[in-house]
Ligand binder design. Structure first.
Ligand code: SF4
Length: 170
Protein backbone atom coordinates (compact mmCIF):
# COMPACT_ATOMS: atom_id res chain seq x y z
CA UNK A 1 0.00 0.00 0.00
CA UNK A 2 1.27 3.43 -0.96
CA UNK A 3 1.55 5.62 2.13
CA UNK A 4 1.20 9.40 2.22
CA UNK A 5 2.79 12.08 4.38
CA UNK A 6 0.09 14.43 5.74
CA UNK A 7 0.41 17.70 7.67
CA UNK A 8 -0.75 17.07 11.22
CA UNK A 9 -2.89 20.23 11.32
CA UNK A 10 -4.99 18.67 8.51
CA UNK A 11 -5.68 15.68 10.78
CA UNK A 12 -7.24 17.70 13.58
CA UNK A 13 -4.02 17.97 15.60
CA UNK A 14 -3.82 21.40 17.25
CA UNK A 15 -0.26 22.16 16.15
CA UNK A 16 -0.78 25.35 14.17
CA UNK A 17 1.12 28.47 15.23
CA UNK A 18 -2.08 29.82 16.83
CA UNK A 19 -2.81 26.57 18.66
CA UNK A 20 -5.54 25.50 16.23
CA UNK A 21 -6.05 22.87 13.54
CA UNK A 22 -7.43 23.14 10.03
CA UNK A 23 -11.16 22.50 10.35
CA UNK A 24 -12.83 23.76 7.19
CA UNK A 25 -12.96 20.55 5.13
CA UNK A 26 -15.97 19.52 3.08
CA UNK A 27 -17.58 16.14 3.63
CA UNK A 28 -15.77 14.40 0.77
CA UNK A 29 -12.37 15.51 2.07
CA UNK A 30 -13.19 14.36 5.60
CA UNK A 31 -14.30 10.94 4.33
CA UNK A 32 -11.15 10.53 2.24
CA UNK A 33 -8.83 11.39 5.14
CA UNK A 34 -10.80 9.06 7.45
CA UNK A 35 -10.45 6.25 4.90
CA UNK A 36 -6.69 6.83 4.64
CA UNK A 37 -6.47 6.80 8.45
CA UNK A 38 -8.43 3.54 8.66
CA UNK A 39 -6.17 1.98 6.01
CA UNK A 40 -3.07 2.95 7.99
CA UNK A 41 -1.88 4.89 4.98
CA UNK A 42 -1.07 8.19 6.70
CA UNK A 43 2.33 9.22 8.04
CA UNK A 44 1.56 12.38 10.07
CA UNK A 45 4.04 15.21 10.58
CA UNK A 46 4.13 18.82 11.68
CA UNK A 47 7.57 19.94 10.52
CA UNK A 48 7.64 23.02 12.73
CA UNK A 49 6.82 21.11 15.91
CA UNK A 50 9.18 18.30 14.88
CA UNK A 51 11.84 20.95 14.35
CA UNK A 52 11.50 21.99 17.98
CA UNK A 53 9.11 24.94 17.92
CA UNK A 54 6.38 25.25 20.57
CA UNK A 55 2.62 25.53 20.05
CA UNK A 56 1.39 28.21 20.05
CA UNK A 57 4.30 30.07 18.48
CA UNK A 58 4.71 33.42 16.73
CA UNK A 59 3.78 33.34 13.04
CA UNK A 60 6.81 33.17 10.75
CA UNK A 61 7.36 33.96 7.09
CA UNK A 62 10.12 33.70 4.50
CA UNK A 63 11.15 37.07 3.01
CA UNK A 64 10.25 36.59 -0.65
CA UNK A 65 8.41 33.37 0.12
CA UNK A 66 10.77 30.81 -1.44
CA UNK A 67 11.52 27.79 0.72
CA UNK A 68 14.24 26.66 -1.69
CA UNK A 69 16.24 29.76 -0.87
CA UNK A 70 16.02 28.88 2.81
CA UNK A 71 17.35 25.39 2.07
CA UNK A 72 20.23 26.93 0.14
CA UNK A 73 21.09 29.28 3.02
CA UNK A 74 20.14 32.36 1.02
CA UNK A 75 17.10 33.48 3.05
CA UNK A 76 16.08 33.20 6.70
CA UNK A 77 12.69 32.35 8.20
CA UNK A 78 11.67 35.20 10.49
CA UNK A 79 8.93 35.93 12.98
CA UNK A 80 7.10 39.23 12.81
CA UNK A 81 9.45 40.68 15.44
CA UNK A 82 12.50 39.59 13.46
CA UNK A 83 13.46 36.53 15.47
CA UNK A 84 15.21 34.01 13.23
CA UNK A 85 13.71 30.51 13.30
CA UNK A 86 15.43 29.17 10.20
CA UNK A 87 17.18 26.28 11.93
CA UNK A 88 13.95 24.80 13.29
CA UNK A 89 12.31 25.00 9.86
CA UNK A 90 15.25 23.26 8.20
CA UNK A 91 15.38 20.54 10.87
CA UNK A 92 11.64 19.96 10.37
CA UNK A 93 12.15 19.61 6.62
CA UNK A 94 15.00 17.14 7.19
CA UNK A 95 12.78 15.06 9.49
CA UNK A 96 10.14 15.00 6.75
CA UNK A 97 12.77 13.72 4.33
CA UNK A 98 13.81 11.02 6.81
CA UNK A 99 10.18 9.86 7.02
CA UNK A 100 9.96 9.84 3.23
CA UNK A 101 12.98 7.55 3.03
CA UNK A 102 11.90 5.38 5.97
CA UNK A 103 8.42 4.72 4.53
CA UNK A 104 9.25 4.94 0.82
CA UNK A 105 6.82 7.83 0.40
CA UNK A 106 6.17 9.27 -3.03
CA UNK A 107 3.19 11.50 -2.20
CA UNK A 108 2.53 14.18 0.43
CA UNK A 109 -0.53 16.26 1.28
CA UNK A 110 0.64 19.40 3.05
CA UNK A 111 -1.18 22.47 4.30
CA UNK A 112 -1.50 25.21 1.70
CA UNK A 113 0.34 28.53 2.10
CA UNK A 114 2.38 27.57 5.18
CA UNK A 115 6.05 28.67 5.29
CA UNK A 116 6.86 25.00 5.93
CA UNK A 117 4.14 23.10 4.12
CA UNK A 118 2.81 25.32 1.30
CA UNK A 119 3.25 23.72 -2.13
CA UNK A 120 2.08 26.45 -4.49
CA UNK A 121 1.92 29.72 -2.58
CA UNK A 122 3.44 31.21 0.55
CA UNK A 123 3.25 34.54 2.33
CA UNK A 124 5.78 37.06 1.09
CA UNK A 125 7.48 37.94 4.36
CA UNK A 126 5.68 41.26 4.90
CA UNK A 127 3.13 39.80 7.38
CA UNK A 128 0.45 41.65 5.43
CA UNK A 129 -1.36 38.57 4.15
CA UNK A 130 0.19 38.99 0.69
CA UNK A 131 0.85 35.72 -1.14
CA UNK A 132 3.45 34.86 -3.76
CA UNK A 133 3.99 31.79 -5.92
CA UNK A 134 6.42 29.68 -3.90
CA UNK A 135 6.89 26.76 -1.54
CA UNK A 136 7.48 26.30 2.14
CA UNK A 137 10.78 24.86 3.33
CA UNK A 138 9.53 21.27 3.80
CA UNK A 139 7.53 21.29 0.58
CA UNK A 140 10.60 22.45 -1.35
CA UNK A 141 12.86 19.77 0.13
CA UNK A 142 10.33 17.00 -0.57
CA UNK A 143 9.80 18.16 -4.14
CA UNK A 144 13.57 18.16 -4.66
CA UNK A 145 13.59 14.57 -3.41
CA UNK A 146 11.01 13.60 -6.04
CA UNK A 147 7.92 13.55 -3.80
CA UNK A 148 4.71 14.81 -5.39
CA UNK A 149 3.38 17.43 -2.99
CA UNK A 150 -0.32 18.31 -2.93
CA UNK A 151 -2.32 20.55 -0.60
CA UNK A 152 -5.66 20.06 1.14
CA UNK A 153 -7.50 21.53 -1.84
CA UNK A 154 -5.94 18.88 -4.10
CA UNK A 155 -6.99 15.76 -2.19
CA UNK A 156 -8.68 14.20 -5.21
CA UNK A 157 -5.47 14.61 -7.24
CA UNK A 158 -3.44 13.11 -4.41
CA UNK A 159 -5.81 10.12 -4.22
CA UNK A 160 -5.54 9.63 -7.99
CA UNK A 161 -1.74 9.74 -7.77
CA UNK A 162 -1.71 7.12 -5.01
CA UNK A 163 -4.01 4.89 -7.04
CA UNK A 164 -1.87 5.27 -10.14
CA UNK A 165 1.31 4.40 -8.24
CA UNK A 166 -0.32 1.30 -6.80
CA UNK A 167 -1.51 0.21 -10.25
CA UNK A 168 1.97 0.73 -11.71
CA UNK A 169 3.45 -1.33 -8.89
CA UNK A 170 0.93 -4.07 -9.69
S1 SF4 B 1 4.08 23.34 9.94
FE1 SF4 B 1 2.68 22.35 8.50
S2 SF4 B 1 1.74 20.71 9.73
FE2 SF4 B 1 2.64 22.17 11.18
S3 SF4 B 1 0.98 23.55 11.66
FE3 SF4 B 1 2.14 24.48 10.01
S4 SF4 B 1 1.06 23.85 8.16
FE4 SF4 B 1 0.39 22.50 9.80
Amino acid sequence: MEKVLVSRCLLGHKVRYDGGAHDSFDGAAIRLLQRWQAEGRIVPLCPEVAGGLPTPRPPAEIPGGQGEQVLDGRRPVLTETGEEVTAAFVVGAEIALQLVRQHGLRVAVLKARSPSCGNLQTYDGSFSGALVAGEGVTAALLRRAGVKVFNENQLAEAAAELQQLEQLDG
